[in-house]
Ligand binder design. Structure first.
Ligand code: ZN
Length: 430
């Protein structure tokens, strides 16, 4: 039994925001009340006075790299990182080796996650076989076996007609398609955001227009097919505008933004530091402000990490040679609280919507709410705790983080998955 006492319960799905206690037993939330007396039987009491208690955070876009790329990350280390960051469920992408494009690989990943996962793992199947954009993956089989969505993330599906067929098929299966929206004929040769900073650095850019064009096409395909399109990691101002307008027209679409796109701008890349290299790239201050505005007005539905670790020897190379992607699971909550709560005045309720309620709804999985009888997936965090990030202290295998030596305000202190404490005071216990 676990009794979390005196925490500020922020539970927007139930319109609850008040100090109270939560009793957990047999993996479920037994009771939520203003005050629950400490039972006489064996109970662990966690004093959450001054802390915030929320439904477990859900990161709907990560790369656990398994199978095939365990040198970068594996399901154990990736989910340790999630637990350390206060995240109780991740959805992992299909660009593994082999690709998750059939049920056999999908079930292997699910089984591995059950065996060695510290938090819950949902699996996303690919759209196309081997991410080649030519033949459909075994979407029907994978949907039947629990794939939560389909995505060729890491790759843009270049062929519009193929994407149309994929979306028609996904819609029949009642699954969304998650879209890595970057037209590679425009972005493929670039290494960072195209703009003042890239010109000054002499680095070839990935223009925002490449993202905007891809987003526009796939919103149009959503309108044509009715399929739910989820635009992954939106990063440009115009893309946010396009999605806002599509939502207004009733197009079946949603979108997400990474914590790092809300924190950094391309000015941070001036030292050619590969820890900032990702796709889509970190963009301008104007784009960053547009992303924050998109979160404020409901255009953007979720905050995630695109946790995409690489080996240190892969990242520790000249800027243009390094792969795109960074580790993010252990910094996303802290970064989000720093930017949105402390600097921008967002409410904790809105932040919990973006990091738990909405991702649960979009993925169609349990969670996003604290409710008696529901699985006890709970995150407790200290919104005021300041800490300085050092890559070598993190659970992820990657040593590279753009937050190196940056002091963030806010930190997860307790992560509970199915009633089990998997992280306490920064230490992963499983
Ligand atoms: Zn992507």
């Amino acid at each position: 039994m676990l009794l979390i006492k005196n925490g500020t319960i922020v539970n927007p799905a139930e319109k609850q925001h008040e100090v109270g206690d939560i009793l957990v037993e047999n993996g479920k939330i037994q009771k939520i009340a203003k005050e629950i007396p400490v039972p006489e039987s064996d109970v662990e009491v966690f004093d959450a006075k001054g802390l915030v208690v929320t439904p477990g955070l859900i990161d709907m876009h990560v790369h656990l790299r398994e199978p095939g790329q365990e040198a970068k990350e594996d399901i154990h280390t990736g989910t340790e990182a999630a637990a350390a960051g206060g995240i109780t469920r991740v959805a992992t992408m299909a660009n593994t080796k082999p690709v998750i494009d059939n049920s056999a690989v999908l079930r292997d990943v699910q089984k591995r996650a059950e065996d060695v996962g510290v938090v819950k793992v949902s699996v996303i199947g690919s759209i196309s076989k081997n991410l080649e954009g030519k033949q459909l993956s075994e979407m029907g089989d994978m949907a039947a076996d629990g794939a939560v969505a389909f995505s060729d993330d890491g790759h843009y599906v270049e062929n519009a007609n193929f994407m149309r067929r994929a979306m028609e098929y996904a819609d029949m299966l009642h699954k969304m398609v998650i879209d890595h929206a970057e037209d590679m004929t425009m972005c493929g040769g670039g290494f960072m955001n195209e703009g003042k900073v890239s010109y000054a650095m002499g680095v070839t850019g990935r223009p925002a227009a490449g993202e905007d064009i891809a987003v526009a096409r796939d919103l149009l395909l959503s309108e044509l097919t009715g399929c739910h399109i989820h635009i992954a990691h939106v990063s440009s101002k115009k893309a946010v505008d396009l999605i806002r307008e599509a939502k207004r027209k009733g197009v079946n679409c949603s979108t997400e933004v990474t914590a790092q796109h809300l924190y950094f701008t391309d000015e941070w890349l001036k030292d050619y530091d590969t820890a900032f290299k990702m796709a889509p790239p970190i963009r301008s201050e104007e784009d960053r402000q547009a992303l924050i505005e998109g979160l404020r007005d409901g255009t953007i539905d979720a905050i995630m990490t695109d946790h995409a670790p690489h080996c240190n020897e892969e990242k520790n190379v000249p800027f243009n040679c390094a792969p795109n992607g960074i580790a993010g699971l252990e910094t996303s909550l802290a970064s989000t609280l720093t930017v949105l709560y402390h600097q921008q005045g967002f409410t904790l309720d809105r932040i919990v919507e973006l990091m738990s309620v909405n991702p649960a709804r979009l993925l169609g999985v349990e969670g996003g709410v604290l409710r008696e009888g529901a699985p006890a997936d709970i995150t407790v965090f200290d919104p005021e705790k300041e800490w300085t990030v050092h890559g070598e202290d993190l659970y992820t295998k990657s040593l590279f983080t753009p937050y190196e030596n940056i002091t963030l305000k806010g930190k997860a202190v307790l992560t509970v998955v199915d009633g089990e404490v998997v992280m306490k005071e920064g230490k992963v216990l499983k």
